[in-house]
Design a protein around this ligand. Structure first.
Ligand SMILES: NC(=O)c1ccc[n+]([C@@H]2O[C@H](COP(=O)([O-])OP(=O)(O)OC[C@H]3O[C@@H](n4cnc5c(N)ncnc54)[C@H](OP(=O)(O)O)[C@@H]3O)[C@@H](O)[C@H]2O)c1
Length: 267
C-alpha cells in the first residue's frame, strides 16, 4: 500500500517519518510546495514531489497535512486522483461535510493528532463518514497507531478534541515555560529544570494511564498533610487557574467553529 502525505511541514514530515519507519520508505510519497520541507525527508530516503496530483495518483491512501485554509485548494487539485480512495485529513476545524463537498467521491476520515507524533506518542482521535467498511477502519487504525494512541470519537466531539489534546503540547509548553522560570528563581539552572519537569510530566502521565488513577487521587498521593506539596497546592488554589483552563478550551472550540463557518460560507 502506498501512502501520500500532502503538506510536509511540522505534522506532515512527522507523519511521513513515522510511516517510513512502520511501513517502509518505499511506501511513502510526500508532497509540498516548499522544496526545503521536502529536502529533509529526501535525506531520510522518503520519495518526494512538488506535484500533489502525482502524489495522490501514486497512492492508495492520502493523508492531508496542509493548514486548514489550504485544504480546499488541495482537494480541488486532486479530486480526480482520490476517487474511491481513503483520505485522512489532519486539519483542524475541517469537518467531513466540508471535505465531502470538495471531493464527493473520496472516502474521508477526519483525524486530530498532536505534536507527539514526532516521538510516536501522539494522542490521535478520529471519526469517519458513514458507510466506512471494517477493512477501511483496519487500514486507518493501522496508520494512526504508528503515530501513538488512537481513539474513535463522534464528529461532534472533534472540535473539543482539537482544543484539548490537539493544542495540549502548546498550552502545556506554555505552562512548563512559566514553571521553569520559577525554577531559576529558586536557584535551578534552566536546562536542569526543563529535564526534571519534562520527565515529571511523563511520569505523572504514565501513572494516570497505567494505574487508571484520577488526578485528584494522584494529588492525594503526593500531598501528605503538612508537607511541601500540600503547601504548594494550597498556594496554587489562590490563583484563577481553573478559570484560565476552562476559558482556553472554550476559546479553542469557538475558534474551530469560526474556521468551519468561514470555509462553509465560501463553498
Ligand atoms: N502543528 C500541530 O501541532 C498540529 C496538531 C494537530 C493537527 N494539526 C493540523 O495539521 C495540519 C498541518 O499543520 P502544520 O503545523 O504541520 O502546518 P505547516 O507546518 O504549515 O505545514 C503545512 C505545509 O503544507 C504546505 N502547503 C501549503 N499549501 C500547499 C499545497 N497547496 N500543496 C502542498 N503543500 C502545501 C505549507 O507550505 P507554506 O508554509 O508555504 O504554506 C507547509 O509546508 C493543519 O491542518 C493543522 O490543523 C497540526
Amino acid at each position: 500500500m502506498i501512502i501520500a502525505v500532502i503538506g510536509a511541514g511540522v505534522i506532515g514530515s512527522a507523519v511521513a517519518k513515522a510511516l517510513a519507519t512502520s511501513s517502509g520508505k518505499d511506501r511513502i510519497i510526500a508532497s509540498d510546495i516548499r522544496v526545503e520541507q521536502l529536502f529533509n525527508l529526501e535525506k531520510e530516503g522518503v520519495k518526494t514531489t512538488m506535484n500533489n496530483i502525482e502524489a495522490a495518483a501514486a497512492a492508495d491512501v492520502i493523508i492531508l497535512c496542509v493548514k486548514p485554509l489550504d485544504v480546499k485548494t488541495v482537494l480541488s487539485q486532486i479530486q480526480n486522483e482520490i476517487k474511491g480512495k481513503l483520505v485522512i485529513s489532519m486539519a483542524a476545524a475541517i469537518n467531513l461535510e466540508l471535505l465531502k463537498k470538495c471531493a464527493p467521491y473520496a472516502k474521508f476520515v477526519r483525524a486530530m493528532p498532536n505534536l507527539g507524533i514526532i516521538v510516536r506518542e501522539s494522542f490521535t482521535a478520529y471519526c469517519s463518514e458513514h458507510g466506512f467498511s471494517s477493512k477501511d477502519k483496519e487500514i486507518v487504525e493501522r496508520i494512526l497507531r504508528s503515530f501513538g494512541t488512537v481513539a474513535v470519537v463522534e464528529e461532534n466531539k472533534m472540535n473539543a478534541v482539537t482544543a484539548l489534546s490537539g493544542c495540549a503540547p502548546g498550552y502545556l509548553s506554555s505552562l512548563m515555560e512559566l514553571i521553569v522560570q520559577g525554577g531559576t528563581e529558586i536557584g535551578l539552572p534552566t536546562e536542569f529544570s526543563l529535564t526534571a519537569l519534562a520527565q515529571s510530566m511523563i511520569g505523572t502521565g504514565k501513572v494516570i494511564l497505567e494505574t487508571k488513577k484520577f488526578p485528584a487521587d494522584v494529588m492525594k498521593m503526593v500531598a501528605t498533610p503538612g508537607g511541601v506539596t500540600e503547601e504548594e497546592l494550597s498556594e496554587l488554589a489562590k490563583y484563577p487557574f481553573q478559570q484560565a483552563f476552562k476559558s482556553i478550551l472554550q476559546i479553542g472550540v469557538e475558534k474551530s467553529r469560526e474556521i468551519t463557518r468561514k470555509l462553509l460560507d465560501e463553498c
